[in-house]
Each structure stands twice: as structure tokens, then as C-alpha cells.
Write a protein that binds this ligand. Structure first.
Ligand code: HEM
Length: 165
């Protein structure tokens, strides 16, 4: 079994975790926002509110934290700052457009959000190549999570179109 990645030195370990920090921070804030919306709408949640809570917790929260940490710990080299910025902007602008577009029933906005999310997932996929010397089970798990979220984008968009039309 490939040896799990051990930070070559503390500096590199710190640099890697620093690259993961914005994903963890925004992801955690999304989970808290989901919880607050669930609490505030608990008495009579609409379908969109219930969906928005699930989307905030699962995609904007858990998936973002797992992919941000995964990329930082599994990438062969510490990801460049501009790559991280591009991923964060595409992922979170994508999430925001999907949320606003779905709740406001503006399909073009939802579709644009789905496209931006797909772009973020392609960037995150490329950051950890399958040739990585890291533990292959961890790299496979990381790629599988990206595939699950990527596949759920067109499914969600079709559901939104079926709902509105
Ligand atoms: C792990 C990931 C995901 C899971 C488990 C999931 C699950 C679901 C489920 C169960 C529904 C149907 C909800 C209902 O009947 O009201 C749904 C709807 C939807 N999903 Fe996802 N989804 C995931 C990821 C995504 C992603 C990445 C997108 C981004 C485009 C997305 C966009 C949507 C949209 C737009 C709807 C329709 C909401 C509505 O019109 O009310 N989902 N999703």
C-alpha cells in the first residue's frame, strides 16, 4: 500500500493547511447558515426552503470542506494561490447562483450556477492527478466525491426545469 503523505516538513504542512482554510471556513459558514434557515423555517418550511437547507449543508458545506482539505493534502505540490482563488470563486458563486436561481425560479441563473460549479469541480479534479504518490485509496475517494457532485448537477438542473415548466 502506498505510504500516506507525511508532510516533508512542517512548513509545507502549514502551507497545505493554509490553502484548505478558506474552503473549511466558507463550508462551515454554509452549514451554520443551513442550520439557521432550518430553525427559522421549521414551523412551515416551503419545498424550496427545505431544499436550500440540504443544498447548503451537503454541497456548499460538507462537499466544499472535504474537497478543499482533500486537494491540499493529496496534491503532489502545494496548490498555487491563483488556482485556489479560481476554485473558491467558481464553487461559491456557482452555489449562490444555484440557490438564488432555484428559490426565485430563474432557470437561467440556476443553469449558470451549475456551469460554474462544474468548472470548479474540473479545477479541483485536475489539482490532484491520479499519478499522485499519495495513498491511492484517498485519491480515488477524492475523485469519487467530485464525480458524485458533478453528476448531481445535471440531475438537479433537470429537476428544476421540470418543476418550473
Ligand atoms: C451530493 C449531492 C446532492 C444530493 C444528495 C442532491 C439531492 C437532491 C434531491 C433529493 C433533490 C429533490 C428535492 C425535491 O424533491 O424537492 C434535489 C433537487 C435539486 N438539486 Fe440536488 N443534490 C445534490 C447536489 C446538487 C448539486 C451539486 C446541484 C447543483 C446544480 C443541485 C441542484 C439541485 C436543484 C436545482 C434541484 C431542484 C430543486 C427545486 O426545484 O426545488 N443538487 N437534489
Amino acid at each position: 500500500m502506498n505510504e500516506l503523505y507525511l508532510a516533508r516538513d512542517a512548513n509545507e504542512g502549514t502551507a497545505r493547511l493554509r490553502r484548505a482554510a478558506p474552503f473549511v471556513a466558507i463550508g462551515t459558514a454554509s452549514i451554520v447558515a443551513g442550520g439557521l434557515i432550518a430553525g427559522a423555517t421549521a414551523r412551515h418550511p416551503t419545498e424550496h426552503e427545505a431544499w436550500a437547507v440540504a443544498f447548503l449543508v451537503l454541497v456548499c458545506g460538507i462537499a466544499q470542506i472535504a474537497l478543499g482539505l482533500g486537494q491540499s493534502l493529496l496534491a503532489t505540490t502545494v496548490p498555487a494561490k491563483r488556482t485556489i482563488v479560481a476554485e473558491l470563486v467558481a464553487f461559491n458563486a456557482g452555489c449562490a447562483l444555484v440557490l438564488v436561481g432555484t428559490v426565485a425560479e430563474r432557470l437561467l441563473v440556476t443553469d449558470a450556477g451549475g456551469a460554474l460549479l462544474a468548472l470548479a469541480l474540473v479545477l479541483l479534479f485536475r489539482a490532484v492527478g491520479s499519478a499522485s504518490i499519495r495513498a491511492s485509496w484517498a485519491v480515488n475517494l477524492y475523485h469519487a466525491l467530485i464525480a458524485i457532485v458533478l453528476v448531481s448537477i445535471p440531475i438537479g438542473l433537470v429537476l428544476a426545469h421540470l418543476r418550473v415548466s
